[in-house]
Every structure is written in structure tokens, then in C-alpha cells.
Write a protein that binds this ligand. Structure first.
Ligand SMILES: C[S@@+](CC[C@H](N)C(=O)[O-])C[C@H]1O[C@@H](n2cnc3c(N)ncnc32)[C@H](O)[C@@H]1O
Length: 319
């Protein structure tokens, strides 16, 4: 999508989200250049256990993971949806290159800077890796997946958890409709655990998560002529241990009106009113099985970290 197309989608989604009751914004817009950098800081935080867990899975199990990927040694495309800085994927990529497996890495990300940085990094760190970065929204890009090669699709780092349940089924069913019988999908799932640990990961004392959320209001100010005063909003995280859903909100500190010039609208906020910014769903084995089943996949193999906090699940089409 070109820049103009992106902006009209950003405008339309912002208008829809802030006109809804309750108000919401879409988390895919977190990732402008500043947002992508803040997310990298989040990944470095000791409280954000997700990165360490997935890194441990890849570091300790890469041989088994690659054996499961290889199937019958056919060349494949390794397509990563929302690749970010590829920190953890690099472990698998190095191993694939080292084992001289015939594949090409295709990282897709909505952030232009993230893709540029990742491709540049990979050229330095793994010079023999065939890589082609793509900038865009994976919702739009997966429609165009086809081609002559076998595909393994990576959806890591609990990206799937940012979807509501029905949305995740729709997304995976859609993915199912554009892949073939010998293709595979490798998904990261953050597992249900001590609620306190989960809340700490999204409610860090250093304030990175708050800054990450507030940056989307700043982006609306910069790109859509918004007049949000960031000091008038505060970050709040809520975790429901029964459903396993963590929700990030920005809460209005007072009654206020905020105009957004490019939308030609003024939005009213009550004191204490919240904007839902992102959900982060936590799973258990039963839920992962149900998700695979409902979206038309079968589980090939699961890989868990030693603390059993996180699971990478390899799926293929259900026959
Ligand atoms: C939570 S981060 C995860 C990054 C990486 N996969 C990891 O595990 O560390 C989400 C990444 O997906 C990208 N992203 C979010 N929504 C997207 C979309 N609709 N299309 C393409 N990329 C998206 C963001 O720019 C960001 O780099």
C-alpha cells in the first residue's frame, strides 16, 4: 500500500475506533519508527519474559524445529508476519544457513524502518542468507501469498494474542485458504501463568509500556492533526485470569474534548473514560487445540520453554 493509502486507512480506523462505545484504537498503528524503537526497549525489559522464553525455545531446540520444518527437503520460503527486529528468528536463520538448507527468508512488517534495519542487520550478521524484506500490512499481503515454493509462515512473539478470539479464527482461516497442503505455520503463544507476572510484563516500572501506548496518541497528533495532550491520559493494564486476556488502556485523567483536524471531528472524553489500545491473550493447551481445530489446522508439534511460560506450535492443514 502507498503512503496515501496507508493514511486514509489510518484515518478511517481512528475515526471508527474513537467514535465507538467503548472507544478503541488498533494496535497495528503502534509501530511507527518511534513505536518500533520503544517496542525494542520493551523486549529488553526483565519483566517482559516473552522474549527470553521464545529465545530459549529457539536456542535449545533449533535442531528439532528445523527437522520438523524440513519435511522432504524441498526448497521453501520462510515468511515472517510482523518480523520486528528478528532478534529470535536470527537463531533459526543462522542454523538454517549453517545446515545449508535451501530456503529464502521473507520478513514482512508494517514498519518501514523495522524492515530496513532488519535486512541491513542480516546482511552483516548472516551474509549467506537469501533475504527479501517486504513493508506492508500482513492482513493485505497474505491475500497475495502463492508461488511455486513451499511456505513456512512464522507468526512469533505472541502476535496472535493481539487478536480477539473470533478475529484470530478469521485470520487463521484466511491464512489456511492461501496455503498448500505441505506448507506449515509456526505460531508463538504466551501461556496462562501467575497473573502478577503477566501484569508486571505490561505494567513496567520504567514506563516503557505507557510510553508505547501514548506514542499512538502522538502519532495521531503528528499525522492526523490531533490535539491530544498526552499528560491528560494514563496507561492502565488489566488482566482477567479466567479468560486469560490482558488489556491495555489509556484512561482520560479528566473530562476533555480532543479535536482531530484531518477527521474534522471533536471527540469527547469523560473523566476516567478508557480507550482500549491492545489485547494480549494468554493461552493453555486446550485453547491452542481449539484454535487449531476451529481454523482448520492440526498441530504437528509443540515446543515449550523450561519454565512452561511460552509455547511455539507448528501447524499444518487439517486433512
Ligand atoms: C509485538 S511485535 C513482535 C515482533 C517480533 N515478531 C517478535 O516476536 O519480537 C509486532 C510486530 O508486528 C508488526 N505489525 C503489527 N501489526 C502488523 C500488521 N498488520 N502488518 C504487518 N506488521 C505488523 C509491528 O510493526 C511489530 O514489528
Amino acid at each position: 500500500m502507498n503512503q496515501q493509502g496507508f493514511h486514509s486507512e489510518f484515518s478511517a480506523d481512528t475515526l471508527k475506533g474513537l467514535s465507538a462505545k467503548p472507544k478503541y484504537l488498533l494496535s497495528k498503528y503502534f509501530y511507527n519508527d518511534i513505536g518500533s524503537r520503544i517496542f525494542q526497549d520493551i523486549m529488553q525489559m526483565p519483566e517482559y519474559y516473552l522474549t527470553d522464553c521464545e529465545l530459549e525455545v529457539f536456542t535449545s531446540r533449533h535442531n528439532e524445529i528445523l527437522s520438523a520444518f524440513k519435511a522432504d527437503n524441498k526448497a521453501f520460503e520462510l515468511i515472517e508476519l510482523g518480523a520486528g527486529d528478528g532478534l529470535k528468528t536470527k537463531v533459526l536463520l543462522s542454523s538454517l544457513v549453517h545446515q545449508k538448507i535451501d530456503f529464502k527468508y521473507i520478513p514482512i512488517d508494517i514498519s518501514k524502518q523495522a524492515v530496513a534495519d532488519l535486512v541491513q542487520d542480516l546482511k552483516k550478521q548472516i551474509p549467506d542468507l537469501p533475504v527479501e524484506g517486504i513493508v506492508g500490512d500482513y492482513f493485505n499481503l497474505i491475500k497475495k501469498l502463492n508461488g511455486q515454493y513451499r511456505k513456512i509462515i512464522l507468526f512469533l512473539g505472541s502476535n496472535i494474542g493481539n487478536f480477539e478470539w473470533k478475529e484470530s479464527i478469521r485470520f487463521l482461516q484466511h491464512l489456511r485458504s492461501v496455503i498448500n497442503i505441505d506448507d506449515m505455520v509456526f505460531i508463538g503463544f504466551d501461556l496462562k501463568k501467575d497473573p502478577e507476572l503477566i501484569l508486571k510484563a505490561y505494567n513496567d516500572p520504567s514506563g516503557h509500556t505507557a510510553a508505547f501506548n501514548l506514542n499512538l496518541l502522538k502519532r495521531i497528533n503528528d499525522e492526523l492533526g490531533g490535539h491530544f495532550d498526552l499528560l491528560n491520559f494514563m496507561h492502565e493494564e488489566v488482566y482477567d485470569e479466567h479468560t486469560g486476556t490482558a488489556r491495555s488502556y489509556l484512561m482520560s485523567r479528566k473530562k476533555q474534548s480532543v479535536s482531530i483536524e484531518k477527521l474534522g471531528k471533536v471527540f469527547e472524553f469523560e473523566a476516567g473514560e478508557k480507550i482500549l489500545m491492545e489485547i494480549s491473550q494468554k493461552y493453555d493447551l486446550e485453547l491452542i487445540h481449539e484454535l487449531a481445530e476451529k481454523s482448520g489446522f492440526q498441530i504437528v508439534r509443540n515446543f515449550m520453554d523450561s519454565r512452561q511460560y511460552f509455547m511455539n506450535s507448528l501447524w499444518k492443514l487439517k486433512r
